[in-house]
Design a protein around this ligand. Structure first.
Ligand code: IPE
Ligand code: IPE
Ligand code: MG
Length: 246
């Protein structure tokens, strides 16, 4: 089969940290720590494979329901991760962006992330987008509210509202839609992740738990993507497969 180009934007639902820890008789926090090593590995792999945008679902709006101790541990880990790995962004000229309700995060985490976003805003070798306190329905409802406010202020005529205008009111409108969405740990659901932007993404799921998902597994996902035939509702651009004659 003809291979297509690699994805420009990869989005990942990093799932399975808790199960990884449980399998080893460890507290869930240890799974999240091991998951942070996978983040580092995948960021590096993106550079090597020419993936320009990497979006990582790190904390959903629904994840606030978890025990306070786990939420606290995740927020601390995020801060430590930024302290330890910020240099990687500078070395690789990667811009950090946040997608979600940044205002929900603890003040110290907000401050840290805002500073790193500002310091990396001019880089253009790639973008690392962290989905934090993110929910796709919240994002879509917020976009609808922003548009309604502009209609009320007579800045937008309702006739002008189309897919493109709507998309411009989402969190990070200048980023192209993901080409490939990877979910680890074998779950077959979107869990409120990028419902608008994933409309035509290729979906790839693997039973591998996130802390075990490293460069090798990422490369396998990219190989699977290259074999997909993206038709967007049209007809195949692939040459017809040869059928064995009966
Ligand atoms: C993903 O791993 C990390 C976050 C959602 C923050 P989980 O913590 O969901 O791990 P499982 O699904 O319980 O194994
Ligand atoms: C999705 O994982 C959210 C993140 C990876 C941050 P969850 O573990 O929260 O999803 P569900 O609860 O299994 O749907
Ligand atoms: Mg999970």
């Amino acid at each position: 089969m003809q291979e297509s180009a690699g994805p420009v934007h990869v989005a990942v639902i990093m799932d399975g940290n808790g199960r990884w820890a449980r399998e080893r008789g460890l507290p869930r926090g240890k799974g999240h720590e091991a998951g942070a090593d996978s983040v580092r590995a995948v960021v590096r792999a993106c550079r090597d494979h020419g993936v320009r945008y990497l979006t990582l679902y790190a904390f959903s709006v629904e994840n606030w329901k978890r025990p306070r101790s786990e939420v606290h541990g995740l927020m601390q880990l995020l801060r430590r991760f930024m302290d330890k790995e910020e240099h990687l962004l500078h070395e690789q000229q990667i811009r950090l962006r946040i997608m979600g309700r940044l205002e929900d995060l603890p003040k110290a985490v907000q401050k840290k992330l805002t500073r790193v976003m500002e310091d990396t805003a001019h880089y253009d070798a790639g973008q690392l987008i962290l989905a934090l306190s993110y929910g796709a329905r919240t994002e879509i409802a917020t976009a609808a509210r922003r548009i309604a406010e502009k209609v009320r202020a007579r800045k937008i005529d309702p006739e002008e509202i189309d897919e493109s205008l709507f998309g411009e009111h989402l969190y990070i409108p200048d980023v192209p839609d993901p080409d490939l969405m990877i979910r680890t740990s074998g779950e077959m659901r979107l869990s409120n992740f990028m419902l608008w932007q994933l409309s035509y993404a290729e979906l790839y799921t693997t039973p591998v738990l996130w802390p075990d998902f490293r460069e090798k597994q990422f490369t396998e996902a990219l190989e699977a993507y290259r074999l997909r035939d993206r038709r967007y509702g049209g007809l195949s651009t692939q040459p017809p497969k040869e059928h064995a004659s009966c």
